[in-house]
Design a protein around this ligand. Structure first.
Ligand code: FE2
Length: 319
């Protein structure tokens, strides 16, 4: 008979009041075998939580790992609120789940279902960013250093939510801002794969094609039934420039919505601070310095200054 295999899990991720649909195991006293701790299809009551505090190692069988992962995804919001779990671990979990949701969205961007699955991702980010002052720093450590459209979308939404919250945007408005940020490059799903993943700088012809992505994204969002102007303009206008000359509508200054200006700033920051095939990543400090010194025609300097103040506050908060 094949020996059953087990996976060690973090007991803090088992949420009180939840229902588990997998078995939980403990090693027996001699550590020679596993014994059942909590059976599948039971709810984790106060009693079980007290017992959990006393034990050290908790396992699920490898056969039920998928159920366990789905459980963690379902309870991510309460996990994100749990102070007992270290910020780094929460940040990593939320980031991992976000990557899965965004991967599916880019595979089939015109499915309403996939886009709906992105809202909980945004809410989880909001939960840890607002709940924990060191969350942005932890998230910044794990943001992918290689540039891919899906990880870029997540990184931009993290920066956008932190900056938006720093600017005093809250509640439903912050949720809308997060959605606009995570969807901002949705139109890239209609650009040739070779152009999106080219190893090197784009030719003029390729860049001309690439420039269609904000308008494509806007079109897809309309098709999905998104009506909130702040999301629509956030997607369409994230490459507009303060002094004009951006695309697709060649807007200027206040013609560019506040959400598009926030997203545009965070978009540039992530593009500079991640690695590309033709350039090394810049540090956060170097990226912000370049934005401040060389991009006053392009970016809203009020946003760049707020970004700098926000990061400074994080560093000072730690001291
Ligand atoms: Fe873009």
């Amino acid at each position: 008979m094949r020996q059953k295999k087990y996976k060690l899990i973090d007991k803090r991720l088992i949420t009180e009041g939840s229902q588990i649909d997998f078995n939980l195991f403990l090693p027996n006293e001699t550590k020679s075998a596993m014994s059942l701790f909590l059976q599948s299809d039971t709810s984790v009551d106060g009693n079980a939580k007290v017992k959990l505090r006393e034990i050290e190692m908790l396992y699920v069988s490898e056969e039920e790992e998928a159920q366990y992962n789905a459980y963690v995804a379902r309870h991510l919001q309460s996990i994100a609120r749990n102070d007992e779990i270290p910020t780094e671990q929460k940040a990593r979990l939320v980031y991992e789940k976000a990557t899965e949701a965004i991967d599916s969205m880019f595979k089939n961007p015109e499915s309403l279902e996939n886009v709906k699955n992105v809202q909980p991702v945004v809410n989880n980010f909001i939960e840890i960013i607002l709940h924990d002052s060191s969350a942005v720093e932890s998230l910044m450590k794990i943001t992918a250093h290689d540039y891919y459209t899906h990880t870029h979308s997540i990184n931009v939404s993290i920066y956008t939510l932190s900056l938006g919250s720093f600017l005093g945007i809250s509640g439903k408005d912050l949720e809308v801002l997060g959605m606009a940020a995570i969807l901002h490059d949705l139109g890239k799903s209609r650009i040739d794969y070779e152009i999106i993943n080219k190893n090197g700088k784009l030719t003029d012809e390729e860049f001309a094609q690439m420039k269609h992505h904000p308008a494509y994204g806007h079109e897809i969002a309309l098709k999905l039934g998104i009506t909130d102007e702040r999301i629509l303009t956030g997607i369409r206008h994230h490459h507009e420039k303060m002094c004009g000359g951006g695309y697709p509508d060649n807007l200027k200054g206040d013609q560019i919505s506040q959400f598009a200006r926030i997203i545009g700033t965070c978009d540039v920051f992530d593009a500079l601070s991640t690695k590309r095939s033709y350039k090394d990543p810049m540090s956060s400090f170097e990226s912000l310095l370049l934005m401040k010194q060389q991009m006053s025609d392009h970016l809203d300097m009020g946003m760049v200054d707020a970004f700098i103040r926000m990061l400074r506050k994080q560093v000072e908060g730690k001291q």
